[in-house]
Write a new protein. Structure first.
Lengths: 353, 1072
């Protein structure tokens, strides 16, 4: 039904598969998600730019695809890797998953021993990989090794959408779009604010010129350590305007507050991550998609770690109460995943008065 | 929060005997919970009437009472043991109902016992359907429109308001017992009446039908800090209308979008919070209409359940163990994930494989019962199959069922599709047949109502089998690998290519195609798994790590079925524990999720795989074990012994050759001749004509059965040639038939023994209460024997020893005898663990299987610490529990084919007291007042009159049919005569229906279908009153009723029995 394909990692792992999408060769950081549903939401998440996404769950594409299930208007990963890729209509819509991937021109391979791939990434850490329907293993490994790593690259501008507004009434929130998922905007607007979405290159003055009641910083791809523009803007805005950040927005807020970011061994990507609130010890099951985290061994005065991952203790939430700024590393908008943290949007918006 | 220190002793209630709807899953959950509570330092007191379980092993709790699960016995135990708390959520509906009854009777208040896990209000909110519905409506969670009724008239009116069809759900029953669907007015009246009868509070919910909607379940856990997680989503492949216990189910849900799943998750969390399960697990069921996306909550169970056990096995997240710890105050984040050890339990497992549960039915055991699947559960067991893909798991699940019944084989596509319209036990087999006949997936979906995605997957699986080359030799390594990756088992490939399973396996391994074993790790490989729990797939790299210990593989018994239940799982678990204690790595292979043996914490490595030749050999190739134990898991592993040996695997214990001698009637007969022992006259027949001739030679009545059976499958007594012809026609048995003279009225005795091949130690000699002719699994039995004198017992033990050494049996051995007119006949010898092993171990306090394993590993009888003195200070009675209430239409009469699903034990100072307890435990409590109906066949009348006299002396009034009444009256007893059912109204059936009879004693005349007797027995089953069908049991019942009237002696804890046995060992080192 389709041609052979190969997946390699820079450490030399070679796994066979078969092509179920567009032909070609893709290079990028190899990452895996453990989420079991929401494949279409996942691949339309701009945070996957520059990465090859492997689904750890084996049965992908069971319920079809449809326009209600996208988080942006294109597919972002350089390639998609699966054990089984279905192509039937289902409750998401009449277009099969493989057909939709092909339509989108995405390089996608299936029949891959994804568990072996996940174990390798878990044991050896994040690394570059390649997927190809045309090249041999040696060539591919070489290509992976010479591909520029994500670290040190600011690719938020590539992932951001056009400036736009959402919601009509309520407090005015300016949102830095570093590659914002559609649901984040929808949830903020639904919580009762007027959202003005601006590119990551927007300066603090440009933000202030809009007379915002609050500032939001979105998720996005690449290395937060390299996204200096937003950090600079945030430093100027902190204290003047309440700030809320999600995922990369959280990391950028952390940097603006004087913290550093660091690369996690193989990232957090999935819909089952337990996060503990420092305030009451409660645990939220959260959706995560990040390869870097805020390092907070010593938080500066005025900055508190509000949440931590129960998987590895990494920082999942920050707050600078006096500056009225706070953030979470995870995705309260879910899509795909559990809704435990959905309350955070209204907490932000209602505090803006 | 840390654990509570204000409680010391916790009372745990088990679920009682295995019945349909409440089976081994509660042994798994209960055992886990008891262990967890003891690890936390609590003293655990357990009440459970079921001796076949690991839960009632003396090592599982601190104080174990195998006593009836009723208010009087629980009260006595509470008074003795003074628990601080009662954990009611582990014993299924039985445990929950008893906890509620104790609460309502004021017992818990009187003794200051706190309910932990779920309080009485929460239980009521979940269990009372109207309260549940009100609660959901208030929380804004949609439920199907419904009304609660307490009479037939109100039910009819409600159904007319809601609109037919409607679902009937009786309150406080398990497994949907008494429930069903009513499509029209006639069905409605009949079924509302039946449902009202089934509900202990005569209350039924009439509910809008959502038949045909998708059915889903979420397993939820919540802690005292209000943290809640969904452990697993389960999708029923069979849509609404088939009880979830009878559905093929899959985890995780396959066809839900993220939006749909999250909507369900939100709903499930709201339900557990609204109902107010403070800590622990709950199961929430949803129906989802495809297309519209409408979703409703069907029900929630505020306790561990069959589904929670399944979810635990499917994910590696041990719900019961965590629930027990939450109940004593911990929160989820304080408890480690069992598998990773480094991450906490407050997370949601994620799966990188597919888990499919398939039910195992036993309709072949209950002729006359309707095989249609409804909301009323009918399956007796289940299998769990794990694969990397849906098809891999599906293929395994189908093969793991080990079918005895024969699926329908429609000849045309139209016939096949017509069959699919009515859910039946073989619907997936029929689906495969339909595909062979050219049906397309869409047609399967339209006919069956099964979601098109599943139909397409099943069709693709079946199609791949059809596309195999016709000869095995044409399949090369790549072809074989692809076939296995497409979900075929070696057996499927064998069937398609005309080869044997062994040939396929040999060819496959020769081509280098071996499975990779993958860990079930709760986290899709994100973290390293510390607890090795594996399944096979055909991917690139396996994950099993071994240590330098030698491995011993123990083969489990596969799905529970009538004749092969959790008693064998008990044996396997003991063997695993013994092997670990002896320093071996214990490897378990089994596919039954309702067991302790498939708890990943029990063995060193667990392989959740079908117990079939191909998987066992694959596991052996991986493990390179010292040997394989085949004698503890019933017939399933025993059947593999020969082929395993042929493949070069060492079978531990009794050699395969001896198993063959014992199973082969000819060879066994010759052995008995050699030993000078008698058997009833017998013959072997290869054809129907042969059988008739053989029966003529042997002499009627004959007992006829196929060779190599367990649980008396297709075993029947025929009084004459006409009956034998009828048997041959209905059963149409294939292969060799055994024909034995049936010894009418003989005393049956079972001997369980340990042997090292030369030396034999008799563990127990058990006397059956019923005379020969009732399958030993259905017969009550008593230890020590009550009728057989010491001389006879010595002779039976001598013969058992002779047989054991002649068979060179190593390990466990069971010999069955019939004794008539002082003459001993050997009925059969089984060189394997028998069904009675756990009963004997508990009644005597001797851990038989541990000793047996040592024997299999080369120890000699004198090496073992066996008690020399086997005199018991008590009497133990085992009683069978029968499933007839589940199968209206089947005649509830006992015969040589086993029908019991479970068993209970009664322990007391005398036989009568122990028998009375066993009857209570079996839910057939004997009356202390009221009326007894007696109808005896002529041969039984003299003794039945004596029984009647004793019952009258105990204060019961006597009712009898004409002939029996005359006989009773002639003895000077007061008796009311009543008409037979066939004589027309007013008749005894009506009396029973009105609740005017409390006990039925009915001994059938002959063994043909006796319309009248059958109708009386069926009426008794419907009325839920004890119905005794043998004279011997009637005699025992009369004694028991008299004994029951006296004040009860205090219950005996199993730990005291075990301690006495240990004392006997240390007092006199073993010598047989």
């Amino acid at each position: 039904m389709s041609e052979g394909a190969l997946l390699v990692l820079e450490d030399g792992l070679v796994l066979p598969g078969r092509s179920v999408g567009a032909p070609g060769t893709a290079l990028g950081e190899m990452v895996f998600t453990t989420g079991m549903t929401g494949y279409q939401e996942a691949v339309t998440d701009p945070s996957y730019l520059g990465q090859i996404l492997c689904f750890a769950a084996p049965m992908i594409g069971n319920y079809g695809t449809g326009p209600a299930h996208v988080e942006s208007d294109r597919v972002w990963p350089e390639a998609v890797v699966m054990r089984v890729a279905g192509d039937r209509a289902g409750s998401a819509g009449p277009v099969g998953w493989r057909s939709w991937l092909a339509e989108q021109g995405v390089i996608a391979i299936a029949d891959v021993d994804t568990r072996t791939l996940v174990r390798r990434l878990r044991d050896n850490g994040a690394m570059r990989g390649a997927v190809s329907t045309e090249l041999g293993a040696d060539e591919l490994i070489e290509a992976a090794r010479t591909h520029p790593p994500l670290d040190g690259r600011d690719i938020t501008a590539d992932a951001a959408g056009p400036p736009r507004t959402l919601g009509a009434d309520g407090p005015r929130v300016v949102a830095f779009d570093c590659g914002m998922k559609r649901s984040i905007g929808e949830r903020l607007a639904a919580s009762g604010c007027r959202l003005e979405i601006v590119p990551p290159s927007t300066t603090a003055d440009e933000v202030l010129a809009r007379d915002p009641d609050g500032v939001f910083v979105s998720n996005g791809p690449g290395d937060p350590g390299a996204v200096d523009g937003v950090v600079t803007a945030l430093r100027q805005l902190l204290g003047d305007v309440p700030v809320f950040g999600i995922c990369m927005g959280h990391q950028l807020l952390g940097r603006a507050l004087g913290l550093q970011t660091e690369k996690l061994p193989f990232g957090h990507r999935g819909a089952n991550h337990p996060v503990q609130r420092e305030e009451d010890g409660g645990v939220e099951i959260t959706v995560q998609n990040h390869g870097y985290a805020v390092a907070a061994e010593q938080a500066p005065d005025g900055v508190v770690v509000t949440r931590r991952s129960l998987f590895d203790g990494s920082v999942e939430g920050l707050a600078a109460p006096e500056l009225d700024a706070w953030s979470v590393q995870y995705h309260p908008e879910a899509r795909p995943g559990p809704h435990d943290a959905g309350y955070l949007f209204s907490r932000f918006v209602s505090a803006l008065g | 929060m840390p654990k509570r220190t204000d409680i010391e002793t916790i009372l745990v209630l088990g679920s009682g005997p295995i019945v349909i709807g409440q089976a081994g899953e509660f042994d798994y959950s209960g055992t886990q919970a008891c262990k967890a509570l003891r690890e936390e330092g609590y003293r655990v007191v357990l009440v459970n009437s079921n001796p076949a379980t690991i839960m009632t092993d003396p090592g599982t709790a601190d104080r174990t009472y195998v006593e009836p699960l009723d208010v009087p016995s629980a009260t006595a135990i509470i008074e003795m043991e003074r628990p601080d708390a009662l954990l009611p959520t582990l014993g299924g509906q039985t445990g929950l109902n008893l906890a509620m009854a104790l609460s309502e009777a004021g017992v818990l208040d009187r003794f200051g016992v706190e309910l932990i896990g779920a309080d009485a209000d929460a239980i009521r909110r979940a269990e009372d359907r109207q309260v549940f519905r009100d609660c959901m409506t208030e929380a804004g969670i949609p439920v199907p429109e419904s009304e609660t009724v307490e009479s037939v008239a109100a039910g009819v009116a409600a159904a007319e308001r809601i609109g037919l069809p409607v679902i009937l759900r009786p309150a406080f029953t398990l497994g949907g017992e008494g429930g069903g669907v009513a499509r029209d007015r006639a069905e409605l009246e009949e079924r509302v009446a039946a449902a009202l009868d089934a509900s202990p509070i005569s209350q039924v919910l009439i509910e809008r039908s959502v038949i045909g909607w998708g059915e889903f379940e979420l397993e939820v856990m919540r802690d005292a800090n209000d943290n809640a997680v969904v452990v697993c989503s389960i999708e029923n492949i069979d849509p609404m209308g088939v009880h979830t216990g009878d559905s093929v189910t899959v985890a995780p849900a396959m066809t839900l979008t993220d939006d749909e799943l999250q909507r369900m998750r939100d709903g499930a969390l709201a339900v557990i919070r609204t109902v107010g399960v403070s800590t622990g697990g709950a199961n929430v069921q949803f129906a989802l209409e495809r297309g519209s996306g409408d979703m409703v909550v069907i029900e929630m169970n505020p306790r561990v359940s069959r589904s929670s056990a399944l979810a635990s096995k499917a994910t590696g997240f041990p719900i019961a163990k965590i629930a027990a710890r939450l109940a004593v105050g911990y929160t989820l984040d304080e408890l480690p994930n069992d598998i990773t050890q480094v991450t906490p339990a407050s997370f949601e497992p994620t799966l990188d494989y597919v888990a499919i549960k398939a039910p195992r039915f036993a309709f072949e055991k209950v002729p006359g019962a309707s095989t249609e699947l409804t909301t009323h559960m009918k399956s007796v067991g289940e299998v769990l199959a794990l694969g990397r893909t849906f098809r891999e798991a599906f293929g395994k699940a189908m093969s793991a069922r080990e079918l005895d019944g024969r699926p329908a084989t429609p000849q045309t596509k139209a016939d096949a599709l017509a069959l699919l319209r009515v859910p039946s036990w073989d619907r997936y087999d029929v689906m495969l047949r339909a595909i062979e006949l050219g049906a397309r997936p869409g047609e399967l979906a339209a006919a069956s109502g099964v979601d098109p995605w599943f139909c397409a997957e099943i069709a693709a699986w079946a199609q791949a089998i059809r596309e195999l080359p016709p000869a095995l030799a044409d399949l090369d390594g790549d072809g074989l690998r692809q076939a296995r990756r497409d979900g075929m088992t070696d057996r499927d490939i064998a069937a398609a290519t005309g080869a044997s399973e062994a040939e396929v396996g040999a060819h496959r391994r020769g081509e280098g195609v071996e499975p990779t074993f993958h860990a079930v790790d709760t986290c899709a490989a994100e973290f390293e798994a510390r607890t090795p729990y594996f399944y096979a797939a055909f991917d690139t790299a396996g994950e099993v790590t071994t240590d330098d210990r030698e491995a011993i593989v123990v083969l489990g018994s596969g799905p529970n079925r009538i004749g092969q239940g959790i008693e064998f799982d008990y044996c396997c678990v003991h063997a695993v524990e013994a092997a670990r204690d002896l320093g071996y790595a214990a490897i378990m292979v089994n596919c039954n999720p309702e067991t302790v043996s498939t708890d990943h914490g029990v063995s060193d490595r667990l392989y959740m795989e079908p117990v079939t030749l191909d998987t066992v050999l694959d596991v052996c190739a991986q493990e390179r074990p010292l040997g394989v134990v085949t004698q503890l898991g019933g017939q399933t592993p025993l059947r593999l012994a020969n082929q395993l040996e042929a493949a070069g695997v060492r079978v531990l214990g009794t050699p395969a050759e001896s198993i063959d001698v014992a199973e082969d009637r000819g060879r066994f007969g010759a052995l008995l001749d050699e030993l000078g022992l008698s058997a009833p006259p017998w013959a072997v027949a290869e054809s129907p004509d042969d059988t008739l001739a053989a029966a003529g030679e042997v002499g009627y009545p004959v007992l006829v059965r196929p060779s190599y059976v367990l649980g008396g499958r297709a075993m029947q007594i025929c009084d004459d040639e006409q009956q034998l012809r009828a048997y041959l026609e209905t059963e149409n048995p294939a292969g060799t038939l055994l024909v034995d003279r049936f010894l009418e009225g003989a005393l049956e005795v079972d001997v369980d023994a340990l042997s090292d091949g030369t030396d034999t130690w008799i563990a127990a000699t058990m006397e059956h209460v019923e005379a020969a002719g009732v399958h030993s699994g259905d017969s009550a039995c008593v230890l020590p024997p009550q009728g057989a004198g010491p001389g006879l017992i010595d002779e039976l033990e001598r013969q058992s020893r002779e047989i054991a050494s002649a068979l060179e049996a190593v390990g466990l051995l069971n010999v069955q005898f019939a004794v008539r007119d002082g003459h001993v006949y050997v009925i059969e010898a089984n060189p394997r663990a028998s069904r009675t092993v756990p009963f004997v171990a508990k009644a005597t306090g001797v851990p038989l299987v541990r000793h047996a394993l040592r024997l299999m590993l080369g120890a000699q009888i004198p090496d073992l610490a066996l008690p020399a003195e086997r005199r018991l200070g008590h009497v133990a009675v085992k009683e069978a529990v029968l499933p007839f209430a589940r199968f209206p239409g089947a005649d509830p009469v006992l015969g040589p084919e086993m029908k019991a699903t479970g068993e209970v034990m009664g322990i007391a100072g005398s036989f009568a007291e122990a028998f009375a307890k066993a009857q209570r435990g079996a839910g057939q409590g004997l009356p202390r007042e009221g009326a007894v109906f007696i109808s005896a066949r002529d041969a039984d009348k003299p003794e039945m009159v004596a029984v009647a006299a004793r019952l009258a002396a105990s204060g019961l009034s006597l009712v009898a049919t004409d002939g029996t009444a005359r006989a009773i009256g002639a003895a000077g007893l007061e008796v009311t005569s009543v008409r037979k059912i066939s004589e027309g109204s007013p008749h005894v059936g009506e009396l029973i229906g009105r609740g005017e009879i409390q006990l039925v004693l009915n001994t059938p005349r002959g063994r043909g279908t006796q319309t009248d007797g059958a109708a009386i027995r069926a009426a008794a089953v419907r009325a839920g009153i004890p119905c005794i069908t043998t004279l011997e049991a009637a005699v025992a019942a009369a004694d028991a009723i008299r004994a029951d009237a006296r004040p009860p002696a205090p219950p005996i804890a199993l730990q005291d029995i075990a301690a006495r046995a240990d004392l006997a060992v240390s007092a006199a080192p073993a010598h047989r």
